[in-house]
Design a protein around this ligand. Structure first.
Ligand code: ISL
Length: 555
């Protein structure tokens, strides 16, 4: 039975605070900057703000390395600023979820500082320590960010585990004191009134304790079979729910690298009471080759379609996912799945049409609403993100050609998603009056919020219109999803159906006119991403149409 809840009906908007709005003139976005834009968010029609980490951190991985879970990083403001933002969002009928990173901490967290001191330190077992093997690390695991997952630490002549950078040691959830601390952190934030958490890499918290070498050759398989879905992951999640989460009316969304559709329901099955929903990453990991993201392989639209279909079937009436096409870890959706040149506007509109009409809670990443695109840096020094910098380091060391490295870094790097928000065409893009922490995309001179606000047929206005439309029709939340098989590799088509309404949605993911061979007898066009209506099934480039079945239509 599908249960109705606010978090299924809501639309999530993800804010990467460093890049959203700088209110202090230091080139870094901050909490007051977000507060200044609360009206903008309300006007857009989004319901839940997912705030990427704003805790105290040395920023090795831009806040995903937390030094103090109870403190706001001064560059983002103060706890008072956070309280004020929360209050303002609540006043406007929006909610706020915090990004909680508890698979690992910063190496500058006091627990790790203690842990590394000696083998009998009371915090030793907060992390995973192992002796090396023949002058090398304890096993052959590689981190998500290129290097070995083990770092040697001289004071105790041992290695510690870090599935991300060496400044992000993994917490040992086997230790009940670690779990107690996590519960304490959750309780602190929920008592403050936040409306839930996005739980970073949550399937990674339980490790395969034999720490055996892996002989799997594909990084995606290693994540699915070795790093994620460990033996006690559900026990641990359930413990936090039972002790803390279940005492509040909040939502949780687990970020799920390695959560496959076969095991998805174990995390989000309504009968299990673990997480409200997950961000599965199957479509995001498309294109990862044997050595991961920077070893790209080709894929096409039908791979994406297949993944959405499989996941919808796997969830059925028993579980729930979020629908998204990009975030701060991946390239801009219009550059990845659309055409960010000739058909930028059309394809950006098509993609939001897709996100808002598939089954699951839509999640929109900042800047998508104006069709922000990837950036192109000319110099390897321009890249900021630790993931891409590690790739560059390894590729240079392996003697790869500089132009080739620059090309891959530009095409796949996470900085693409992290360039500052483009509010206007001023030199700082209305984001800052100072030098921004990361170079602004030069296309901000033409692509920016101010211009979209003044153009009736802009991407931004289409977002607002479509969000409002979705909210009028609960079939997009609770209705069934029925894929339609079309013998055309450029088309993604499906229906959303409930007792009162049937919508037919068709997207043309190509630069060419496509004829879609489906029956349209008793359907009528209700939404379309072109200015001139098109009632036919001859879809123009990147055209996206929503039809409603007329006999039962209530429009
Ligand atoms: O970023 C990725 C691909 O470029 C992913 O593989 C990512 O590392 C993975 O999804 C986990 O991401 C999360 O945890 C990381 C952090 O760097 C990411 O920003 C965060 O979303 C470590 O905390």
């Amino acid at each position: 039975m599908t249960t109705n809840t606010w978090w299924k009906e809501a639309i999530i908007y993800q804010i990467y605070p460093r890049s959203f709005k700088d209110s202090t003139g230091n080139g870094i976005g901050d909490l007051k900057g977000i507060l200044e834009k609360a009206d903008y968010l309300a006007d857009l029609g989004v319901d839940i703000i997912w705030l990427c980490p704003v805790y105290d951190s040395p920023n090795d991985d831009n806040g995903y390395d937390i030094r103090d879970y109870y403190k706001i990083h001064p560059e983002f403001g103060t706890m008072e600023d956070l309280d004020r933002l929360l209050e303002a969002l609540h006043k406007q009928g929006m909610r706020l979820i915090m990004d909680l990173v508890v698979n690992h901490t910063s190496d500058e967290h006091v627990w790790f500082q203690e842990s590394r001191k000696s083998e009998d330190n009371p915090y030793r077992d907060f992390y995973f320590w192992k002796k090396g093997k023949e002058d090398g690390p304890p096993n052959n695991w590689r981190s998500f960010f290129s290097e070995s997952a083990w770092e040697y630490d001289a004071p105790t002549d041992s290695y510690y585990l870090h599935l991300f950078t060496k400044k992000q040691p993994d917490l040992n959830w086997e230790n009940p004191r670690v779990r107690e601390e996590v519960c304490k952190i959750m309780k602190f934030w929920l008592d403050k009134g936040v409306d839930g958490f996005r739980l970073d890499v949550i399937p990674l918290i339980s490790k395969q304790l034999d720490f055996a070498d892996t002989d799997l050759s594909s990084f995606t398989e290693i994540v699915e079979q070795v790093y994620s879905n460990g033996p006690k992951v559900h026990e641990y999640i359930a413990e936090t729910v039972e002790k803390v989460i279940s005492n509040y009316d909040v939502m949780t969304v687990g970020e799920g690298p390695g959560i496959t559709s076969e095991v998805g329901l174990k995390y989000v099955g309504h009968d299990r009471g673990e997480l409200s929903m997950i961000f599965h990453l199957d479509h995001m990991f498309l294109g990862f080759g044997p050595n991961g993201k920077y070893d790209p392989v080709p894929y096409d639209l039908q791979d994406v379609v297949r993944i959405f279909n499989i996941w919808d079937k796997a969830m059925g009436e028993s579980g729930w996912i979020s629908i998204f096409l990009d975030n701060h870890d991946f390239i801009r959706m219009v550059s990845r799945f659309g055409n960010d040149k000739e058909y930028r506007v059309e394809s950006a509109k098509l993609l939001i049409n897709l996100i808002l009409t598939l089954r699951g809670t839509p999640s929109i990443y900042q800047g998508s609403e104006i069709g922000m695109t990837n950036v192109w840096y000319e110099d390897l020094e321009d890249f900021d993100d630790v993931e891409v910098r590690n790739f560059i380091k390894e590729a240079l060391a392996a003697g790869k050609n500089k132009d080739e490295i620059l090309d891959i870094a530009n095409r796949l790097g996470r900085d693409n998603a992290r360039t500052p928000m483009q509010w206007d065409d001023s030199p700082g893009a209305g984001f800052t009056t100072a030098t921004p922490w990361l170079k602004i995309n030069p296309n901000h001179r033409s692509i920016h919020v101010a211009s979209d606000q003044n153009t009736p047929e802009s991407i931004l206005n289409y977002y607002k219109q479509l969000i409002a439309f979705r909210k009028q029709h609960s079939v997009f939340v609770y209705g069934k999803y029925e894929p339609i098989e079309v013998d055309n590799p450029n088309i993604f088509a499906y229906k959303r159906v409930d007792e009162t309404q049937t919508f037919l949605i068709i997207h043309n993911f190509s630069d060419d006119l496509q004829t879609v061979p489906v029956g349209l007898d008793d359907y009528e066009l209700v939404m379309n991403n072109y200015i001139e209506r098109n009632e036919s099934l001859q879809l123009r480039p990147w055209e996206s149409s929503i039809f409603v079945q007329t006999p039962t239509s209530s429009i």
